[in-house]
Design a protein around this ligand. Structure first.
Ligand code: C2E
Ligand code: MG
Ligand code: MG
Length: 440
């Protein structure tokens, strides 16, 4: 990348701290980490990964002043030192410096979003940035750690954004570390066949015309001894980052298939009701997913055509040959593939042509204004049209009102899911749902 390394960067930060103490100016450090860099490296290859790092370095340079320092701190991490992030000497140097640095961070995030030509294709890069304003009482290690902690928070709050460091963040990091330790222990117990602290809840997906339940989505929860029932958005990201999702995901697949067979043995209504399981990016990146799915089907004896795997579209940014082959191998097992949260993430539709998709789930955000007093977005209708043209089924997610339900039915949407039909429920409550025809 031809830019300074960590050692040089630390040295510059040291000098900036000394200068800040003298001049009263508050310099700031930005810590930038590329989101999902591993997916680029794994999917497009190391050469493409290196190309991307150079592009990022260039774009960072273009956004800052020549007196500022951009450095590669290692892996996919960059550090930026803004010598004078406040506009001028004022009474609130720290606040002004933070605001100035935030402005720079915004420009960096926007600049990286522009298409990056790597590995013969174009990708859009998302990055998470932590900002620490330099306090003359701290040393360079403190400053870098603070910016790192803030970057961590930016990642945790959904990636692709920045956070300014605050001292309370250290507490949050400690709590996250203890959550991670407990999660690891829980997943290890699961893998060892001991009692699982995880449970699956199930939410029906029904025919909008008849209310008949066609499929059931498995949604994982963590039964934590002191925190209670922890929702997936609080631990799935940790499981992904740490790789624990591989083992946890294997358990989820096995349990969902086993449970579906159990309903089949309990209720004639369950005979051809399918199950859908969410698959995370990290799972899809491992070749082992194919054998895990095969094992879950084999052990449970579930008919493959009753299993649907849901993936969010951001996963499919990587359209490498390896990924296509993996999706093909999953299809060859006889399972169905669905795109979750369709329309909410990646905005290229090219993958729809190349991936063997059976089902699109329209993101809740497109459903919210249907059948209500506000002007409705034409996008729900457009996605339904897209589904028809492609010959894939469409599910509307997050239906909360009778108005949304009937509007979607009128628009010709085949399947729906949402609190209006049923919230996710424990396994024992499912047979009753299969008889009740929720929503109809
Ligand atoms: P998702 O796959 O898009 O699942 C739908 C989420 O929306 C669920 O939240 C569900 O309870 C909620 N939902 C359903 N109907 C409505 C509605 O009418 N209104 C509103 N406001 N929300 C509704 P949940 O269970 O908290 O799961 C959140 C996300 O966590 C899931 O989004 C999925 O991305 C992830 N997740 C859940 N279970 C698993 C799993 O077993 N494996 C993986 N990898 N991810 C999972
Ligand atoms: Mg889902
Ligand atoms: Mg969804």
């Amino acid at each position: 990348t031809g830019i300074p390394n960590r050692a040089l960067f630390r040295d510059r930060v040291k000098h900036a701290i000394a200068r800040g103490a003298r001049t009263g100016f508050a310099p700031a450090v930005l810590f930038l980490d590329i989101d999902n860099f591993k997916a680029v490296n794994d999917g497009l290859g190391h050469v493409a990964g290196d190309e991307l790092l150079c592009i990022v370095a260039n774009r960072l340079h273009a956004v800052v002043r020549t007196s500022d320092t951009c450095a590669r701190l290692g892996g996919d991490e960059f550090g930026v030192l803004l010598e004078e992030s406040a506009e001028g000497p004022g009474t609130d140097q720290v606040g002004d410096a933070a605001a100035g640095a935030a402005h720079v961070a915004e420009r960096m995030i926007a600049s990286l979003k522009r298409p990056c030509p790597v590995g013969g294709t174009e990708i859009s890069v998302s990055a998470s940035i932590g900002i620490a304003v330099i306090d003359p009482s701290e040393d360079d290690i403190d400053v870098l750690r603070n910016a790192d902690v803030a970057m961590y928070r930016a990642k945790a709050s959904g990636k692709g954004c920045y956070q300014v460091f605050e001292p309370t963040m250290h507490e949050a990091v400690r709590s996250r570390l203890s959550l991670e330790t407990e999660l690891r222990r829980g997943v290890e117990n699961c893998a060892a066949g001991a009692a699982s602290p995880f449970v699956l809840h199930y939410q029906p997906i029904a025919s909008l015309a008849t209310g008949e339940v066609k499929t059931i989505e498995a949604l994982v929860r963590w039964q934590h001894p002191t925190r209670g029932l922890v929702p997936p958005l609080e631990f799935i990201p940790i499981a992904e980052e740490t790789g624990l999702i591989i083992t946890l995901g294997r358990w989820i697949l096995g349990e969902a298939c086993r449970q579906t067979r159990e309903w089949q043995s309990q209720s004639p209504n369950a005979a051809d009701v399918g199950i859908t399981v969410n698959i995370s990016a990290r799972q899809l990146a491992e070749p082992q997913l194919v054998s895990d799915v095969a094992a879950a089907l084999h052990t449970s004896g579930l008919q493959p055509e009753l299993l649907t795997l849901e993936m969010t579209e951001s996963l499919l940014v990587d359209d490498s040959a390896a990924m296509l082959a993996r999706l093909g191998a999953l299809k060859a097992l006889g399972v169905r593939l669905a795109i979750d949260d369709f329309g909410a993430g990646y905005s290229s539709l090219r993958y729809l042509d190349r991936f063997p998709v059976d089902l699109l789930k329209i993101d809740k955000s497109f459903i919210d204004h249907l059948g209500g007093p506000k002007r409705e977005s034409p996008l729900a209708r457009a996605i339904l049209g897209l589904g028809r043209e492609l010959g894939v089924q469409v599910v509307a997610e997050g239906i909360e009102t009778a108005g949304q339900w009937s509007r979607l039915r009128a628009l010709g949407c085949e399947l729906g899911q949402g609190y209006y039909l049923s919230r996710p429920v424990p396994a024992h409550a499912v047979p009753a749902l299969l008889e009740a025809r929720p929503g109809a």
